[in-house]
Design a protein around this ligand. Structure first.
Ligand code: FRU
Length: 467
């Protein structure tokens, strides 16, 4: 047991949320109540494997230190508790009381998927499943019918559901009766790709004082045919009575170029405040994971979303939520040279800034070595036109736009690496070996201007909320 605790203390991420034990996948029903962020999540409390799905629950005031809360939803005779969203029913339209929180989620039973409700009158701590569940059944023969995202719209409610490779839009006055309003086929990598976990959120446009409704959805490879990596996509548009009118000419694309950020959902705050996205990082294929850890699955670093105008198009900017920036190492690297920084801890963030006339980083290469015997370093290369991230045989590439400039941020936390290039315009996440206490980072400056590298380590007490 002692050995297990030591291993756990060393490999538990400090800045990423992990379940106390057992399995975790998608975030569910993110909502902020009175300054506290609530995160529900797909959870098997009994074993670190997918199945037996409950809604786990945690809460935080800063999105970095989390308090574990009692389990919110347990499987019942209507099925397992799959992914969904939470709304505040201010007027009590569903009959559970004014101001009730209502969770709208999928139940999965013997291969059938249907939507159910549960309600809470104590700020999301305890939940009662609606006695007349389910409220929406799949049409006959429809196998994938899940992950409702509900928003208030006009005097009623709007729901988007993932149905195979389509999104279906429903309207309701009371969250119980749902009427189909429209079907849409958003861009997917293959005609039979399966969409999961749609999200709809207002994202502010930098400097414009406006916001744009943005549809975000995850895509799983088709069953039984050529595979593509999992991905999360976004498309800007407008909410309308028939659901959502996408304006793909205004932009859109892949949120994170890596294969490991998935099932992204947002805390939609207020239209002037940037929403915060979080996604599941599937650790089943993590390098060197072994079978010994009592938990599996982490949430990504939370990311503040905004939109940036580039000509006619909008580009999605993601900025990671980190502790206040207090670097413990600072190195200046002259053009054409390389320096190395000791990595005493498995949790750290590195920020590279350009020292030239503009703040664009022309070319740099960073290698993360997990220890002296490391044969499998992770690497990040920011070249004049591309961002490349590699780890344990996974190679990720993303084009840079000509005008992109700004810092390069790496967040490495006991087995995951998230890269935010060009001040968050190019993002790529991968899994890595855990960096040991003898690890180091080698930074090469391949550009014409000096670079500044700062490194901040995670504190020992990070992760759990302070009493
Ligand atoms: C996405 C997903 C959802 C589903 C849930 C089940 O990872 O497959 O579509 O609701 O996980 O755990």
């Amino acid at each position: 047991m002692k050995a297990q605790e030591d291993a756990d203390a060393f490999t538990r991420p400090r800045w990423h949320f992990t379940p106390p034990s057992g399995w975790m996948n998608d975030p569910n029903g993110p909502i902020r109540l009175g300054g506290r962020y609530h995160l529900y999540y797909q959870h098997n409390p009994d074993a670190p494997v997918w199945g037996n799905l409950h809604w786990g629950h945690a809460s935080s005031t800063d999105l970095l230190h989390w308090r574990h809360e009692p389990i919110a939803l347990k499987p019942d005779e209507q099925g397992l508790m799959f992914t969904g969203s939470v709304v505040r029913d201010t007027d009590g339209t569903a009959g559970f009381g004014e101001g009730a929180l209502v969770a709208v989620f999928t139940q999965h039973l013997d291969g059938l998927e249907r939507q159910s409700l549960a309600w809470s009158l104590d700020g999301g701590q305890t939940w009662t499943p609606y006695h007349d569940n389910p409220v929406l059944e799949a049409p006959p023969g429809c196998r994938d019918f899940r992950d409702p995202k509900v928003i208030a719209h006009g005097a009623g409610w709007l729901m988007v559901l993932a149905v195979g490779s389509e999104l279906w839009w429903y309207r309701s006055q009371d969250l119980r009766g749902w009427e189909l309003a429209a079907k849409m086929s958003p861009p997917v990598p293959s005609p039979q790709s399966i969409i999961e976990v749609p999200d709809l959120v207002r994202v502010p446009v930098n400097g414009a004082g406006t916001d744009v409704w943005t549809l975000i959805y995850s895509v799983e490879p088709p069953r039984g045919t050529a595979k593509h990596p999992r991905q999360v996509r976004w498309v800007p548009g407008a909410v309308c009575d028939a659901g959502f009118a996408a304006t793909a000419s205004q932009g859109g694309g892949v949120v994170d170029a890596g294969p490991v950020y998935y099932a992204s959902l947002t805390w939609d705050l207020a239209s002037a405040e940037e929403p915060v996205a979080i996604g599941w990082m599937d650790e089943r294929a993590a390098p060197g994971r072994g079978g010994s850890r009592p938990w599996c699955g982490r949430q990504s670093i939370p990311r503040r979303l905004s939109l940036v105008q580039r000509g006619d198009a909008l580009v999605l900017r993601q900025r990671p939520v980190l502790p206040d920036w207090t670097p413990s190492a600072r190195v200046v690297i002259t053009a054409g040279s390389a320096e190395s920084v000791a990595l005493a801890r498995g949790t750290f963030a590195a920020r590279v800034t350009g020292g030239g006339a503009d703040d664009r980083i022309q070319a740099t290469r960073l290698r993360l070595e997990s220890g002296p015997a490391n044969t499998d370093p992770a690497s990040v290369r920011l070249g004049p036109t591309v961002l490349e991230v590699s780890s344990s045989g996974v190679d990720v590439r993303r084009e840079r736009a000509d005008a992109d400039a700004g810092d390069l941020m790496l967040i490495s936390d006991c087995g995951s690496l998230e890269v935010f290039a060009d001040a968050g315009l190019g993002v790529a996440s991968v899994l890595t070996p855990v960096v040991g206490s003898t690890g180091r980072m080698v930074v090469e400056n391949d550009g014409p201007d000096p670079l500044v590298v700062e490194v901040m380590f995670g504190a020992d007490d990070a992760g759990a909320e302070q009493p």
